[in-house]
Design a protein around this ligand. Structure first.
Ligand code: CP
Length: 331
């Protein structure tokens, strides 16, 4: 059964094939023929881009996307095994996923990090339940630790902006937020840059490291491609000749268990907000959106001509068409 669920396990060749399809769809404005196909998406947290771009992709290709939000208009789903279900979740994913598989041709699932324990988040219980119980292909619409569809769209966007990315410079720049956010996009953005063979700088305060397993994976791909991986902790400094400044907020995993301290630390780091002055002449600004203006990125930087966040969001549509084309093809 085909699954597009784990960015870390995808080969470079497979990713390149999906991106090639995505570029071809975008260039030709032609869509795959998904007539009669139904994609059922389940969201465990809100979404604009992922939900609408998948629904639009299916509609434009002659298929249908049906979306459910767990606990809002459908049952709240339990993912823990062996629990007594006497709380607020009336249906277990063990039944729900198998039932949904009888109605649709593929399933998408958007889960979210609990941000309570990095070890628990790493288990990806919701995504794993879909992988285990689905009898149709599964696509991750973002999970606790990864956002593989965002990764594809980001790779497409970087290619459009810099031409040949190999050897060019990518900076993942941490930015403050009003609350801790998950590691999914930072992990996927770094994997994207590593697969593209870009020299990576991870610019984030002390303590705001990504998961060690992902960092090692990113470092090993970069090493294989002859690229570099550098970690810096100063808010002002961007490496010379940065081509892509990818801005993202995430929480410090070591503070997950102390939310009040996490909030306090985030407030202290407000000077990390990305400003127009930090954009070099030839560096492009990317962010997966949604973004809080003047908390994460200043108005001046977001509205700058080198800000490419809208093009990046558009590419979600084309990248996902590449995934859907593969998911529903006979190959
Ligand atoms: N970037 C992204 O996944 O956006 P949504 O949360 O709006 O889907």
């Amino acid at each position: 059964m085909k699954q597009f669920t784990r960015a870390k396990s995808l080969s470079g060749e497979f990713i390149a094939d999906l991106i090639e399809r995505a570029h071809a769809f975008k260039k030709s404005k032609k869509y795959p023929n998904l007539s009669g196909k139904i994609l059922g998406n389940v969201f465990f947290n809100p979404s604009l881009r992922t939900k609408l771009s998948f629904e639009a992709a299916m509609a434009r290709s002659g298929g249908t996307a049906l979306s459910l939000s767990s606990g809002s208009g459908t049952w709240a789903f339990e993912s823990e095994l062996g629990v007594r279900m006497d709380q607020d979740k009336p249906e277990h994913l063990k039944e729900a996923v198998r039932v949904m598989s009888r109605y649709v041709d593929a399933l998408g699932v958007r889960s979210f990090a609990s941000l309570g324990s990095v070890e628990e988040d790493a288990k990806e219980k919701v995504l794993s339940a879909f992988e285990e119980y689905a009898t149709v292909p599964v696509v991750s619409l973002e999970s606790a630790f990864e956002h593989p569809c965002q990764m594809l769209a980001d790779m497409m966007t970087v290619q459009e902006l810099v031409g040949v990315p190999r050897g060019k410079n990518f900076c993942l720049r941490w930015a403050p937020h009003i609350k801790a956010l998950p590691l999914a996009v930072p992990h996927s953005a770094l994997l994207a840059a590593a697969h593209l063979g870009m020299n990576i700088t991870l610019a984030a305060p002390e303590g705001y490291d990504i998961d060690k397993g992902y960092e090692n994976w990113v470092r090993s791909i970069s090493h294989e491609k002859g690229a570099t991986f550098t970690r810096i902790t100063e808010p002002e400094r961007l490496p010379e000749d940065t081509n892509i400044v990818y801005v993202k907020s995430w929480g410090a995993p070591s503070l997950y268990s102390t939310p009040a301290r996490q909030q306090e630390e985030l407030r202290k780091l407000s000077t990390w907000m990305v400003r127009e002055q930090q954009l070099q002449r030839d560096s492009y600004l990317m962010h997966c959106l949604p973004v809080r203006r003047n908390v994460v990125v200043s108005d001046g930087a977001l509205d700058h001509r080198n800000s490419k966040v809208i093009d990046q969001a558009e590419n979600r549509l084309w990248a996902q068409l590449g995934v859907l084309d593969w998911i529903f093809s006979e190959e």
